[in-house]
Structure formats: C-alpha cells, structure tokens
Design a protein around this ligand. Structure first.
Ligand SMILES: *Cc1c(COP(=O)(O)O)cnc(C)c1O
Length: 426
C-alpha cells in the first residue's frame, strides 16, 4: 500500500513543499475547528428546513413541458426561503448562472427612470455590461435606468457622507457585493453589510437592498438576508449547489421582489407557475444538503493556501490569520509565469482533465485575458477546486473551491510545486 507521502511523491511534490505544508497545517488547527463549528450550525439550519417542509421522494420527480404543479420545485423554493430566512425564493435551472440571477433581480425590480446605487465601489466585472457601465446591448442603461456608484475609502470603508448624498428620490435599488470578486478590497462580513443596509434604509426606508451573495453562502452562521437585505442572489454552481447542482441560480427575498423576478424570468401572467425541472431536483436538494460541509472544505483549502503561500513569501488576501467571509483566496503571484504555473498545478491535481494545460483567453464579460484552471465534474463550477485570474498586475490568482478538503490540499501543494518548477526559488 502506498503512504500519503508516496502519493505526493508520485505527483512530483518535493520534500520541501511537504514539510512546509505540514508546518502550515500545524498552525491551522484552531481555524479549522472554527470552520467546522460554522458548518455544523449551517448543516442543522439546512436539515431543519428540509424537515419543516416535509421533503419527500416525490419531490425528486422530473417535470417536463410547462412544468405546472411542480411540487418538488416549489417545495425546494420554500426550503431555500427558510434557509435564507426570507419570505420567498426563486430557485431555477432556467436561471443560467450568477450573472443571470443578478441581472434578473435588477431588471425585474427597476423601471425606466429609476436609479441603481452601488455604495461600495464597482460591482463584479460581468455586471458592468448588465448595468451599462460599459456600453452593452440590452443593458439597464438602454432601458433608462441610471447608475450611481460611491467608491470605498482606501478600498476599505464605506463613504457614508457620499452615500447619503447619492441617495435621492429616484434611488430605487442598492446593490452590495459580499465577496471581493476580482477586486482588491476585502470581502464584507454579514455584519458590515447589515450596517450599510441600516444606514441606507435610515435615509430612504423603501430602497430595495440587493446583495450579490456569490461565494459567501454558509461561510458564516448568518446571511445578508438575516440583517435586512431585501434580496440575496447567487449561483448554484457555487456554494449552495454543493457541487451537485448542474446549473442554476437563486434569488431569495421579499415576496414582492421575488414576484417581480418570476414574471421577468418567464412571462407576465405566467410567473413562477411554469418552468420544468428537467430532472435536476435531486441534485438541487442533495447539493443544498451537502453545501455547508462542501463550503467548509473549500474554506479550509483557502486558509491553507494563504498560510502556505505566505510561508513562500507571497502577499495574500485575506491573510491566513484574518477571519474570512467567502471561499475566495487571492494570492499576488507577481509574475505571469507564476500565475500560469499555479493554474497548471490546480489543473494537474484535478479528478477530470488533469492532463491539460490551461491557457489565457479572452472571456465574454471580462476586460483582460483570463486564465482558468478547473478539472470539474460540472463545467465551470467554481465550488469545485478551481483557480483563475486576469492577466494584469500584480498577477493575482483567485483560488476557490474544493469538494473535499483533501483534494484542495493536494491541489495547493501541487500549485506551489509548479511555481518552483517554473523557476521560483523557495
Ligand atoms: C461568480 C460571481 C458572479 C457571477 O456569477 P457567474 O455564475 O459567473 O455568472 C457575480 N458576482 C460575484 C461576486 C461572483 O463571485
């Protein structure tokens, strides 16, 4: 039988990397315990929602055509609403990705003449075209929705004076992004988001506060919807899909906001009544059930990556010692060849497509060329071990996911090894 180190050696991981990993791990025991505590609480939260809604085998049935009377789909939406502590939810395979879910939440709740405010700096890259920050066919701007943005102070703090000045009688919605995405600012905690929402509502109580919840789900024991968000929005091929959902997105929130989203997703008059599940229900339910522990695995991988690469002399965001509020780990790799080497390591560690070499390419919705590594069961799934980064200074890699912690660990070790193989002196 091969030992663990034998397997590492087969992956051509050097003793130095193995030693450094062991040292990193020794110092992370308490962090891992804390992550497990959060996962256990969220597991109970999810389980309770399943039981309360009497989930049963009939809910896993496939529906086709119009999808009328799809009790499995409707019950899943009630489960999501309970998990996120909201009045209602829309959880659909027809919501194609996170950007679509966000675009749907925005376009269905805004009307011509309304203003959208981003009080915490620029939103995620793909939303630039949704909003029309960058000219784009079909953007909100084309429909006469105006956009305002207040940047963070020093990339860190909400600029409350400017936010107050930006809110006016046209301000209908506020969009807040929980995770840093491709930005250099830190990810916001749920508590911080709650404070921002309270401030906004103290100025204008009827503003709809939407939170882009991508990558944040289940990293804390509360969600933005527990602290005043009117809608939380995300992708099912990230945290809440648990790695099993083959596609999809969710919007959880106030009944009137969800009703608006439903008629925009399908059609006025039809709304949520239609939308076949195509047989994905089992994966949606089971994925949500696994999501708390899968998210914990990904978080352990993120903390370990930070610790290991700090030991190798790289700058990390967040640092390994910081409390984290999402599963993304950013590491400034400083050189394009290190960014490529990192991605090669993550790719080589994958259960699928381990033999291919990731190359940078121009991706729709992104400004710079992007390199991505993923050997995923679900195409593009970033709750699975994956790494990506735009080819721009300081060559930051954004690392996330890991359906199991052990796989994440191996991927990170191999990533460091590939940096060394490409000329990095440890
Ligand atoms: C991934 C992500 C999105 C977009 O999701 P896609 O599924 O890639 O369209 C939006 N916002 C944030 C913060 C994200 O991480």
């Amino acid at each position: 039988m091969l030992s663990l180190n034998d397997y590492y050696k087969r992956g051509k991981i050097s003793d130095k990397v193995i030693d450094l990993s062991n040292e990193a791990l020794d110092s992370l025991k308490e962090r891992f315990e804390k992550i497990d505590e959060i996962a256990e609480l969220n597991q109970m939260k999810v389980l309770h929602a399943f039981q309360k809604n009497k989930v049963n085998a009939s809910h896993f049935a496939k529906s086709t055509g119009y999808g009328y009377d799809d009790d499995g789909r409707d019950t899943l939406e009630r489960v999501y609403a309970d998990v996120f502590n909201t009045q209602d939810a829309l959880v659909r395979a027809q919501i194609t990705c996170g950007t679509h879910a966000l675009s749907l939440a925005l376009s269905s709740n805004l009307r011509p003449g309304d203003e959208l405010l981003s009080p915490a700096g620029a939103p995620y890259d793909t939303l630039w075209e949704v909003i029309g920050i960058r000219d784009s066919l079909g953007s909100l701007s084309e429909y006469g929705v105006k956009y305002r943005q207040v940047d963070l102070i020093d990339d860190l703090y909400f600029d409350y004076d400017k936010i107050k000045a930006a809110i006016n009688d046209k301000t209908k919605m506020v969009t807040i992004q929980r995770s840093k995405g491709y930005a250099s600012r830190p990810t916001f905690s749920v508590k911080q988001i709650g404070e921002l929402i309270s401030f906004v509502k103290s100025i204008k109580p009827d503003v709809i506060c939407m939170v882009d919840n991508c990558y944040g789900e289940f990293t804390e024991v509360i969600e933005p919807s527990d602290v005043g968000a009117d809608m939380v929005v995300g992708s099912l091929i990230k945290n809440p899909g648990g790695g099993l959902a083959p596609a999809g997105g969710y919007i959880c929130g106030r009944s009137d906001c969800i009703a608006n989203a439903a008629v925009r997703l399908t059609s006025p008059g039809l709304g949520r009544e239609v939308g076949a599940n195509f047989g994905v229900n089992t994966a949606f339910y089971q994925g949500l059930f696994l999501a708390p522990t899968v998210t914990a695995s990904a978080e352990k991988g993120a903390v370990f990556a930070a610790k290991l690469f700090e030991a190798a002399g790289f700058k990390t965001h967040p640092a390994s010692s910081e409390i984290r509020h999402d599963i993304i780990q950013a590491i400034d790799l400083k050189k394009p060849e290190y960014l490529k080497a990192f991605c090669l390591g993550i790719q080589a560690a994958a259960p699928v497509d381990s033999f291919v070499t990731p190359e940078p390419w121009a991706m729709p919705g992104y400004d710079d060329e992007v390199i991505m590594a993923a050997g995923a069961f679900i195409s593009g799934s970033s709750i699975e071990l994956s790494a990506d980064g735009p080819l721009r200074e300081p060559y930051t890699v954004y690392f996330q996911g890991g359906l199991t912690w052990y796989h994440a660990k191996y991927g990170i070790m191999l990533a460091l090894q590939k940096l060394i193989d490409s000329g990095f002196a440890l």
